[in-house]
Write a protein that binds this ligand. Structure first.
Ligand SMILES: [Zn+2]
Length: 218
């Protein structure tokens, strides 16, 4: 309850901070042509960071957020992603158990939102499609954020069909969609190398998320 209140306070605070400089761009209908909004794939984390931040990733003793939501997103799972509904619900429960006041999964049997790549305020789990460079990843998350404020506006999670229901894969990608970057400690959920990862959630609780949000907004 307390954390909800704090988060609500942060939302109000951040709205106050954002409005004067954002020129309303957070509600622009087109993401692509807006220079204030960028998209980032989880695997290019380090390519766009300055040397200080790269060091932070390498030597950080705890996971950290690069960007954050102002209000937590709805998690929409498109039926054609190949992710089973029970698997999606399990992944969201995983984050709820860490204290995140996420809503239940919004199960989508094929709406326009799934076809068009998701919408503001939502994380959309979709089938990997042409134009999405999966590299040798089983899943990848693309996050759209406001360049000035770092506010995440929407995220897309793409999963490869055969791996869609893999243990902890969706939990890991939801972690990216929430703003967490890779954290390469052995057995950690956010380890970038699947075989070295695990269910450890050190540093990922809701309380720690809020602390990170505060740091980002300072
Ligand atoms: Zn990852």
């Amino acid at each position: 309850m307390l954390s909800k209140l704090i988060f609500r306070y942060l939302i109000i605070l951040s709205v106050v901070l954002v409005v004067p400089s954002s020129k309303g761009s957070a509600v622009e209908p087109t993401l692509v042509n807006n220079p204030e909004i960028r998209a980032l794939y989880d695997d290019s984390d380090t390519q766009t960071l300055g040397p200080d931040e790269v060091d932070a990733i390498r030597f950080s003793r705890r996971p950290f957020l690069r960007h954050s939501w102002v209000g937590l997103p709805v998690i929409r799972v498109c039926h054609d992603s190949g992710v089973r509904r029970s698997r999606a619900e399990q992944a969201v429960r995983f984050w709820q158990r860490l204290g995140y006041p996420l809503e239940q999964v919004r199960w989508d049997t094929g709406s326009e939102i799934c076809r068009s790549g998701g919408m503001y305020g939502e994380v959309t789990v979709m089938m990997a499609r042409g134009g999405v460079d999966m590299g040798d990843n089983m899943g990848i998350t693309k996050t759209y954020f406001h360049t000035e404020t770092g506010e995440i506006l929407k995220a897309q999670i793409f999963v490869l069909g055969g791996y869609a229901n893999r243990d902890r894969l969706l939990e890991h990608e939801i972690g990216h969609a929430l703003g967490w970057v890779h954290y390469n400690r052995r057995y950690h959920l956010m380890n970038s190398h699947y075989p070295d990862g695990g269910h450890s959630t050190t540093g990922l609780t809701w309380r720690e998320y809020l602390a990170e949000v505060t740091r980002l907004w300072q």
